[in-house]
Design a protein. Structure first.
Length: 119
């Protein structure tokens, strides 16, 4: 089970930090991903981190502004979002994938958390 939190309303240029807590004892064996879905748009990939944190990959739209990290001792993955733009407004979802692959479909999904960036 995955539970995302930390969303909210922020002005453009501001920052937010999302967290996603996972239950279970195999957290470190999963790559963790963040996705987002804006109103009227399809869900899109944001970032992925490998189980050991040795590999990370970001969508071009967030590269240099967002940072994904994880703490396996706490079964938690984070998404630090800086220099936020109105186009970052979306519901953000965390997901667990046994594969470190941009194209693969995650095995588990959390409920989303709303991020709204005002201009």
């Amino acid at each position: 089970q995955l539970q995302a939190s930390g969303g909210g309303l922020v002005q453009a240029g501001g920052s937010l930090s999302l967290s996603c807590a996972a239950s279970g004892r195999t957290f470190s064996t999963y790559a963790m991903k963040w996705f987002r879905q804006a109103p009227g748009k399809e869900r899109e990939f944001v970032a992925v981190i490998s189980g050991s944190s040795s590999l990370r990959y970001y969508a071009n739209s967030v590269k240099g502004r967002f940072t994904i990290s994880r703490d396996n001792a706490k079964n938690t993955v984070y998404l630090q979002m800086n220099s936020l733009k109105p186009e970052d407004t979306a519901v953000y979802y965390c997901a667990a994938d046994p594969r470190y692959s941009i194209a693969s479909t995650p095995e588990y999904w959390g409920r989303g958390t709303q991020v709204t960036v005002s201009s």
